[in-house]
Design a protein around this ligand. Structure first.
Ligand code: CA
Ligand code: CA
Length: 256
C-alpha cells in the first residue's frame, strides 16, 4: 500500500509537469476545445492563460469535465489538467500527506455496473482497502440499489482518511468558486463534514445535513500551481452512509 503512494508534495511539480505535457499535446487539446467550445484556446501554463475570444475557457466545471474527458483517466485525474482525485494519510488536513487515488476501474470494482467509474487507493480492489473512493456515474439513471444520481460525482471517505478533490490552478488571478456538497445516502449514518481548503488553510466548511449544502466564494486570489482541496471527512470516524455528491464550478473572476 505504501509503495503505491506518492506524497502530494512531490506531486505538485507533477501536476505542473502534467500541465506542461498537456500543453505539449496541443493538437489534442485544441481538437477537444474546438469540439466542446467552438474555439481553440491557447494555454500558457506559466500562469497567464491566454484567451482567444472565449469566456468559457475560464470555467472549470467538475461534473462536465470528468464526464466528457474519459481519455485523460489514465492520468488519474479528471480533466483539463486541473482536477485530481486524492486521499489523505489520516484525518488531518495536511497537504503534504495527500496522495492520488491511483486505482482506477470501470465499472467500479465493488458495484459491477457498466458506466460507473471509480478511483480507489490501490488495485487490486478489496473492500478493506477500497476507501476512500471517488466515482462518476456516467449513466442516465440510478444504478440498481445505489444512492447515486445520474451524471454525478460521488465522494466516499474512509473511517480514517479523507476523500479529496483537488483543483490545481492554471491561473495567477482571482477566481470565483461555487457549488454544493450533497448527502446522497439519507436516513442513516451521522453525516459528514466538508471543507474547502487552499493549501492547508480552510476557506469554507460545514457539516452536511440532509439536503445540499451550497458554497459560494468570490474573488479568491490564487497563484498558478496552488491547489484547492474539496474535502469530505467522515465525522467522528463513522463512514456509514457517507456517499457525498459534489457539484463544483470554478470561474476566472473578471473585473474588480
Ligand atoms: Ca449520508
Ligand atoms: Ca459519517
Amino acid at each position: 500500500m505504501v509503495s503505491s503512494r506518492t506524497s502530494w508534495g512531490s506531486l505538485r511539480p507533477l501536476g505542473l509537469a502534467v500541465a506542461i505535457l498537456l500543453a505539449a499535446v496541443t493538437a489534442w487539446g485544441q481538437t477537444e476545445w474546438t469540439k466542446n467550445k467552438g474555439n481553440p484556446v491557447d494555454w500558457d501554463f506559466t500562469g497567464q492563460a491566454a484567451e482567444k475570444g472565449n469566456e468559457e475557457a475560464f470555467v472549470w466545471d467538475l461534473v462536465r469535465d470528468v464526464g466528457t474527458s474519459s481519455n485523460q483517466i489514465s492520468f488519474n485525474q479528471g480533466a483539463n489538467g486541473v482536477w485530481f482525485f486524492m486521499q489523505s494519510t489520516t484525518l488531518a488536513q495536511e497537504e503534504s500527506s495527500y496522495s492520488l487515488l491511483t486505482g482506477y476501474t470501470t465499472p467500479c470494482a465493488e458495484f459491477g455496473v457498466e458506466g460507473l467509474l471509480c478511483w480507489y487507493p490501490q488495485l487490486p480492489y478489496t473492500y478493506e482497502s477500497g476507501f476512500p473512493w471517488i466515482g462518476f456515474n456516467t449513466t442516465a439513471d440510478f444504478p440498481p440499489s445505489l444512492p447515486w444520481p445520474a451524471r454525478t460525482l460521488a465522494m466516499h471517505p474512509a473511517p480514517d482518511k479523507l476523500a479529496i478533490v483537488g483543483w490545481s490552478s492554471p491561473v495567477n488571478d482571482k477566481i470565483d468558486i461555487e457549488g454544493s456538497f450533497i448527502d446522497f445516502d439519507l436516513g442513516c449514518g451521522n453525516g459528514v463534514a466538508w471543507f474547502i481548503n487552499r493549501g492547508n488553510r480552510t476557506l469554507d466548511s460545514g457539516v452536511l445535513l440532509p439536503g445540499p449544502d451550497t458554497f459560494h466564494l468570490s474573488k479568491v486570489r490564487i497563484s498558478s500551481g496552488e491547489v484547492l482541496y474539496f474535502i469530505v471527512d467522515p465525522l467522528d470516524n463513522d463512514y456509514v452512509c457517507d456517499w457525498t455528491g459534489l457539484n463544483l464550478t470554478i470561474r476566472h473572476h473578471h473585473g474588480d
